[in-house]
Design a protein around this ligand. Structure first.
Ligand code: ADP
Length: 162
């Protein structure tokens, strides 16, 4: 792949997201992690856009050719602006499928020059989500191994964990 976008809310970034970014990076010349400013689900995000961008930048520091950018437009317009022709998404259990299938079909309808590609989550991260991580941290549980180190600290600060 040439230049690919890995989009998401990343509130916050988890090891599951990292796995998808790393695997996509292994098959692309360049990856842009697109951070959606306003999520289309649930309440507002726990972390601000700037915080989410900074946490991802810290986590992908070791990866060459990976940059992080926020976006507030349609995903296909963001991809077009960035000169990307591929959108890479992670797929967990069947539960992700319907939503992702709908988004990929709509994006295809909006712009046929941009292809959506999927990478299967590894079994270890199949059940890992940002909301689960926030839930665990909010109840003082350990999120070690589920999120990058910087995120562990940021969650503790944000949620006032001991
Ligand atoms: P979440 O669904 O956790 O709130 P996002 O909206 O930020 O996360 O998701 C961005 C992309 O990352 C989606 O394609 C989603 O399926 C994928 N993703 C999220 N968690 C994982 C995981 N544990 N393993 C693989 N892909 C994942």
């Amino acid at each position: 792949m040439k230049r690919a976008i890995v989009p998401g809310t990343f509130d916050p970034i988890t090891c599951g997201h990292m796995d998808i970014i790393e695997r996509a990076a292994a098959h692309s010349d360049e990856i842009i992690v697109g951070v959606a400013e306003s999520p289309d689900k649930g309440e507002g995000p726990l972390f601000t856009t700037a915080e989410r961008v900074a946490l991802i930048e810290d986590a992908v520091e070791h990866l060459a050719h990976v940059t992080v950018k926020p976006f507030a437009t349609l995903l296909v317009d963001f991809a077009e602006e960035e000169g990307a022709t591929v959108i890479v998404k992670g797929l967990r259990a069947v539960t992700d499928f319907e939503r992702e299938f709908q988004m990929a079909a709509l994006n295809w309808r909006l712009d046929k020059t941009i292809e959506t590609m999927f990478i299967m989550a590894i079994p270890e991260y199949m059940y890992l989500s940002s909301s689960a991580v926030k839930e665990i941290a909010a109840h003082d549980g350990s999120v070690k191994g589920l999120v990058p180190r910087g995120v562990e600290e940021a969650l503790a600060l944000k949620l006032g964990a001991p």
